[in-house]
Design a protein. Sequence first.
Lengths: 357, 482
Amino acid sequence: MLSRVAESLFWMSRYFERAENTARFLDVNFNLLLDLNKITQVENPSYWVALILVTSDKERFNSLYNEYSAHTVTDYLVFNKNNPNSITSCISLARENARSIIESISSEMWEQVNNLYHYLQSINPQFVHNNPYGFYKEIKNASHLFQGITDNTFSHNEGWDFIQIAKYLERTDNIARLIDVKYHMLLSEAQRQPEIVEGSEDIIQWMAVLKSCSALEAFRKVYLSKIDPDNILRFLILDRTFPRSINFSVCAAEDALWRISGSSRHRYVNNADRLIGKLEAELSYTAIEDIFSRGLHHYLEDLEQRLVKVGEQVHLTYFAYHTPEIESPDIAEALPFTGIAGGRPNWSQAQQHQQQQ
Amino acid sequence: MSRFFERYEAEANRFFDEVISKDGMPRAHYDKLLHRFGQFSIDDIKARREIVNIFFRNQGITFTVYGENEGVERLFPFDLIPRIVPGNEWQTIEKGLIQRITALNEFLHDIYHTQKILKDKIIPPELILGSQHFIREFVGINPPLGIYIHVTGSDLIRDGQGNFLVLEDNLRTPSGVSYMLQNRQAMKRAFPVLFDKYQIRPIDNYPQELLRTLQEISPNSRHEPNVVVLTPGIYNSAYFEHSFLAQQMGIELTEGKDLVVNDNKVYTRTTRGLERVDVIYRRVDDAYIDPLVFRPESKLGVAGLVNAYRKGNVTLANAIGTGVADDKVIYSFVPAIIKYYLGEDPILQNVPTWLASNPSDLKYILENLGSLVVKAANESGGYGMLVGPESTIEQQETFAEMIVANPRNYIAQPTISLSRHPSFFNDTDLYGCHIDLRPYVLYGKTVTIVPGGLTRVALKRGSLVVNSSQGGGSKDTWVVDE
């Protein structure tokens, strides 16, 4: 398959997944505020700053808004076109990538991306404000529908595997960010007000983390009624069967990468396969205590960096248009390269000059 | 007659109306259509309009308008009333186009080899050798089967008497064929009953015919030649068409950066390394196709492609340098070209044309700017054009200066009142809109024309310009057998 087509499949999938995760973060935050009966304090900045930390572009946010509030954070994460990771931007980029390979994907896939794009164009902030639950549900369902359509209308060959790699790398990254931020917040709050740590608010906050991964019910089936942070982290990081855990997602990305190259457990073909294999093997033999002894924040930060490296290697192995046997190194440098923006991998659009016919 | 058509004013004395004849009666081949539309209420029409709009939107059938916000996508305006061409009229068009395209291909072969036609003084040599579309690098090259113009889309119009005339030969990268195909799909969804009443010749085999043509011109005899489409990219106004055709033919859609030339052979870059390419259906203009030969700043092309082509390792469709034959100045010589190479009289006539490079014509043009249509020889898409009767004195003066400064670049034609066809002005009223017809001609081992083409409509009231970039739309075109 053309490298460019593979790359566009990858970014189409990645941006769709990112939009869904952002919708999940926002949805849960609204619910959380309702649970805490703090609806009167909905404008309290401390409940909103976390969402900006998850997406790790605090600087850009501060350059655009003066305060953290339900209104500004929703606007930034849902609508803002200057935020490349807003839901609207993500879906526009997913659509743009889909449009550039419209002949390669199924027409049902295109219709679904296109429908969601037009839906978002028709939505205004007031609508989201009046019915946040309905809006975020719409986004999540649209993403699930897209995945279902993809699984059922698109051949499960190389192209499908690139879609899976992108989806699971993005998902892993998002779960790691979510845990990192929540843990950080609860910890710093505990230091200020030690009595809260064991309180019900803490549990509610952790339940919110589970909910944002649609994991509450699955978690309860494993750990019954014991909702404590250790078990929650064990579930979200190490569980091998839940599709929104880190371990599951890494395994799924690994499977897809190995299918493409023909790598196996004892023999890797390229660096992307090696790095994902190493990550998966470590996760398989890690206990939650190992993570705590290393420090959760450090562990997650390291994980995020390693995911970026896997992404880079996928790019170099399959997408980079550079063919060393033909082109001189300076040509290769001039070719488009996928950049990292705001700590999150982003698609850098190749320059395309207009032409009139 | 139907209620929509009862209120319709054909003005059949001023214009050739496709539906209503001079005596005010509908032409026979439109009887069944008028009867069917007579059964529709305004709500029926609105419902069908909605079916069509949803179809086009879901398919992503849009085009990009320049000069407005960057990348504004619009639905291509579509009129619900089809244009009907009776089988016997189509036969004349088909014969005329085959004759014309065959002669133009001979002309190109001659121009790029012995230039007999110049030596015989049929065409002044300076018109060819001075044309910016005459590509010297391509002299003496033999494309497979000796064919230069594999895909063409001639623009036909009808004059006041209903005669079909050729307005333009588009021999470079004509677009619009995807609209022809999609219009038919949309009409099938919206008017299934009407389809049943006519024997409409099918056009859906166009992509297969195109692929067959492209495979026939492969430079080597590999069992299954690797054919790709080359597009300038997703921001090109015809991108939808490029991807649609690639998808329908089941071949790769490539951009310049997907292709690489090594040792004068062309390859695609894939996730598993390089793959050899035999034929490129390119929708990138000559000027952008190879930065080593043409515009060095172009990022749309492929470095080394022209050399690979010259070596005969890859075939480009259409060939490089075909623009020399669809120049609006050369256009006026096409009847002579047909006579010269085929010894036949042209079946389809030209629109009378005055050349500004010819002193007596120049005088006439400058004296009659207010009644003529003046066109720049190398522009397309309705740009660089003066429509005399609709122009202001200042515009005429500006054009007069430009013509005198560069006479080779301008031609003039009488203002032809294109034939009109009733079209929905909104969903309630019909209005006679000017139309043209662009059939698509494929030239491989044989010349193939799918029966039909793209009927473009000037939907702006009274406008004569049918180009999509100037507010034009389209209609489905039915070639019907009785």
